[in-house]
Every structure is written in C-alpha cells, then in structure tokens.
Design a protein around this ligand. Structure first.
Ligand code: CTP
Ligand code: MG
Length: 225
C-alpha cells in the first residue's frame, strides 16, 4: 500500500520566539525541517513526503528538501488542523492508502518508529507513538496544589501519527474548525487508534533552549570515537 507523509511546517514558532520559524533553524548545520524529512524516510516505509508550509516559504521548503522524494510544498492554514486538511487535499488525487502526519519541529524520530506506526495500521485505522507519563501530575489552582491526578494510563502523544488515508480525509472534510488533533478526530468518530512506543528523544522543539538541548544530545553521534 502506498504511504505518503505530510510534513507539517506552516507554524510560526511563536513560543520559541526566534526571528525565523523553528523548522528553518539550523541543527548541526542543517535545517530542523531537513532532519525531520530524513527521519521520516529512514525506515524505508514512506514513499513520498508532502510538505505543508506558509505560502511565502514554498520555494524555500522545496530547496531544503531537494534530492528527497518530496512533492512540491503546498500552503497551509491558520491552524495546524487547517494545514493538515490542506495537505490531505493536495494528496487527494493520488490517494495513497496510508498517510502519516509529522511535525517538522520534531527532527529526531528513532529508527523503527515510522515502521511500527505503519505496521500497526494493518489492524487499526490510526496509530500514534506515545510515551507513558513518568512524572507525578499535580492539578494546580491559584499557585497551590488542588490535588494529585492519577497518571495510570496517561500518555504523551508524539508524531508521526498514521492513518488510513480515505478515512482521515473524510474526517477532516467533516470536522469543525479548530477542534482537535488528528487522532482525536478518529477517537470522536469511534475508530480504533493504536499506541506504539514513543521515545524521549522525539522532542517537539517548542520553547527557547529546546534546540540547544536536542543538538547537545545529537552531537556525540557526530564526533570521532
Ligand atoms: N503547524 C502547521 N500549521 C499551523 C500551525 C502549526 O503546519 N497553522 C505545524 C508547525 O509548523 C509544527 C507543528 O505543526 O511543525 C506543531 O505545531 P507547533 O509545535 O505548535 O508549532 P508552531 O505553531 O510553529 O509553534 P507555536 O505554537 O509556538 O507558534
Ligand atoms: Mg502552534
């Protein structure tokens, strides 16, 4: 079955607050977006990438992805949901069997994760990598603890998230704007979404310092032994 991957890069990185959007910042000398694309392709489970970015950045994204099996970038929307929908519509004619949705701000996807998500789609309509919550959770009110929230069963959702393409396209076409992430569209419609093991390494660069921490974690792999 043909597998396409949306590479979501239409955000502005407001929490990071850099002058450039975080997906374009250099990580070990190459844009975060390029690392994310190569990570998607590493397991050999993805046939083609469909980048989604701001209209004005389409040429820049295409040149960052040069040499990779990527379609020309398409323009996203004001919300991540609108951007995913735009990417799905761009794939509608080719209609792959499966689609992955990955944040361009996640440059590190451990080997095997993409293949595991795709494999899980043999038995479920959706599959996402997720990490069990390790910390004790406190619900705060007015700066003090109101209560401890049981963390049993709680997971942090990561990407790439995988779906049967026709189902995700139909759910996005029917969805109200600004409601949900992709997996929750399936949950709300009663479809099974499987969990596959996530990783602490699969960081979504979000706040100042995240990029430096990811770079420091990656650096040893590039040093001579
Ligand atoms: N994204 C997108 N279209 C949007 C918003 C987000 O394609 N309208 C993408 C981002 O580029 C990012 C991913 O979705 O790769 C996850 O979003 P997030 O981490 O929130 O990134 P930003 O929206 O760029 O950051 P912020 O919320 O801090 O502005
Ligand atoms: Mg955002």
């Amino acid at each position: 079955m043909r597998v396409a991957a949306l590479l979501m890069a239409a955000g502005r990185g407001e929490r990071l607050g850099a002058t450039d959007s975080k997906q374009f910042l250099p990580l070990l000398g190459r844009p975060v977006l390029r690392h994310a694309a190569e990570a998607l392709l590493r397991d050999g489970a993805v046939d083609v990438i469909q980048p989604v970015c701001a209209e004005a950045e389409r040429g820049r994204v295409d040149s960052i992805l040069a040499g990779l099996p990527a379609r020309p970038a398409v323009a996203g929307g004001a919300t991540r949901q609108a951007s995913v929908h735009a990417g799905l519509e761009a794939l509608a004619e080719e209609a792959p069997g499966l689609v992955l949705v990955h944040d361009a701000a996640r440059p590190v996807v451990p080997a095997g994760t993409v293949a595991a998500v795709v494999a899980a789609l043999a038995e479920a309509e959706g599959a996402i990598p997720a990490q069990p919550v390790a910390d004790t959770l406190k619900l705060a009110e007015g700066g003090a603890i109101a209560r401890t929230v049981p963390r049993e069963g709680l997971h942090r959702a990561q990407t790439p998230q995988g779906f049967r393409f026709p189902l995700l396209l139909a759910l996005h076409r029917a969805a109200p704007e600004g409601a949900t992430d992709d997996a929750s569209l399936l949950e709300a419609a009663g479809h099974a979404v499987r969990l596959v093991p996530g990783s602490e390494d699969n960081v979504k660069i979000t706040y100042p310092g995240d990029l430096e921490r990811v770079e420091a974690a990656m650096l040893p792999r590039f040093l001579p032994r």
